[in-house]
Write a protein that binds this ligand. Structure first.
Ligand SMILES: [Zn+2]
Ligand SMILES: [Zn+2]
Length: 402
């Protein structure tokens, strides 16, 4: 495609996406008022499937429970590119003062997944109106349970990337930390592996007044927590990030009784896969030294969570290039720092090249000033127009390039 044609296509996409904005806002607000937790997205999935059917897309429902995929086919043969949205809400009480506040007590779309769904349906609409102008197909993937236990991996196991086979995949995450109209994207690792750890320290109980006749599990746990902090600071290469957070601790019976057992749980975050494999052994060795020194014993478990999210360099460059041309150079951030948060879009990126970009949606005048998972979280809805235009443009670019 010539530069001139690509330029006018981008302008047209932005204009079409802005025209679609009222419909996307209506969908988003409907979902916002009716949020559903992970694996329970039945109403959401039903709405998605019926809208995709109305557009004439080929729809597959019930993938990994509530997952939905729709395929919009172009006018000629060609590859298939996928766009992905997550659908689930969080167990958080909505504290916003807006008329589209959640109507479900204790459940809230506090991560913008309602907007992700609205944007992907907007993309489906744009693509079906452009079907005469591209070859190949675009698969729109709506996945359950991103916030846990994870819908991406089970959807992959049920073959969501085949028939037609997906060559590349792109996703956007609404990001109120960036202003509306700005996007951030880069190749390489951008989100962390998020593994869960469990530690039990066992000592010997006794009278609080006779510590010499017991092994105090509370004191051993305290030493263990501090020693674990030396993993990031002293035991691994400082240019490779590790976060080890002990999030819970419990043990003991009474103020004057020495505890025989303390249980702790935590999260282990890494970007580098080799380090991810190495750290559990370092934790075990550290715990072993502390426990042995005190005459205690320990148990340690590490349950793998989402893998690190690694953007493909070429697809990330395509997103950045498309965004620069559509939004202007100053609105594209490529030296963005990786986040130690986790995202199960990572599983898709282990199967096919792709990229996730952060879609700026911060706007204090519209109440979009709180971070994700905050009880007052909201995003600037006009950002959805930017997101849809960009996702569709990138999909068309990727179809043409392959
Ligand atoms: Zn989230
Ligand atoms: Zn999210």
């Amino acid at each position: 495609m010539t530069d001139g044609r690509a330029r006018s296509r981008r302008r047209a996409l932005l204009a079409m996406a802005r025209d679609l904005l009222p419909q996307m806002i209506a969908v988003r607000r409907d979902l916002h008022m009716n949020p559903e937790l992970g694996c329970e997205e039945r109403r959401t999935a039903g709405m998605i499937a019926s809208k995709l059917c109305e557009l004439g897309a080929t729809v597959r429902e019930g993938i990994a429970g509530t997952g939905v995929a729709g395929v919009v086919t172009g006018s000629g043969p060609g590859p298939c590119v996928a766009l992905r949205a997550d659908m689930d809400a969080l167990p958080i009480e909505d504290r916003k003062d807006v008329d589209y506040r959640s109507r479900v007590p204790g459940v809230m779309h506090a991560c913008g997944h309602d907007g992700h769904v609205a944007m992907l349906l907007g993309a489906a609409k744009l693509l079906s109106s452009l079907a005469g102008e591209f070859s190949g197909s675009v698969k729109l993937i709506f996945q359950p349970a991103e916030e846990g236990p994870g819908g991406a991996e089970p959807m992959l196991k049920e073959g969501v990337l085949s028939d037609p086979d997906v060559a590349a995949i792109v996703a956007a995450h609404l990001w109120p930390d960036l202003p509306t109209g700005v996007i951030a994207v880069r190749g390489g690792p951008v989100m962390a592996a998020a593994d869960s750890i469990g530690i039990t320290i066992r000592g010997e109980g006794g009278h609080g007044a006779a510590p010499h006749r017991s092994v105090d599990a509370v004191v051993v746990a305290a030493q263990a927590i501090m020693a674990l902090q030396t993993i990031a600071s002293r035991q691994v290469n400082p240019v490779d990030p590790v976060v080890l957070t002990i999030g819970t601790i419990s043990g003991g019976y009474r103020h004057n009784v020495i505890a025989d057992e303390v249980r702790m749980s935590g999260t282990l975050r890494t970007l580098n896969p080799a380090l991810r494999r190495a750290v559990p052994d370092i934790i075990r060795r550290t715990l072993d030294g502390i426990a042995r020194g005190a005459g205690a014993t320990f148990e340690f478990t590490c349950s793998p969570g989402y893998p690190p999210l690694v953007n493909d360099e070429r697809v990330a460059a395509t997103v950045a290039d498309s965004a620069r041309k559509m939004l202007g150079k100053r609105h594209v951030i490529e030296d963005v720092e990786p986040s130690m948060g986790g995202e199960d879009f990572a599983y898709f990126l282990q199967e096919v090249p792709g990229a996730m970009f952060m879609l700026g949606a911060g706007n204090p005048d519209r109440g979009a000033r709180y971070p994700a998972h905050h009880p007052r979280f909201d995003f600037d809805e006009s950002a959805m127009a930017v997101g849809v235009a960009l996702m569709v443009d990138v999909a068309l670019e990727l179809l043409e390039r392959r």
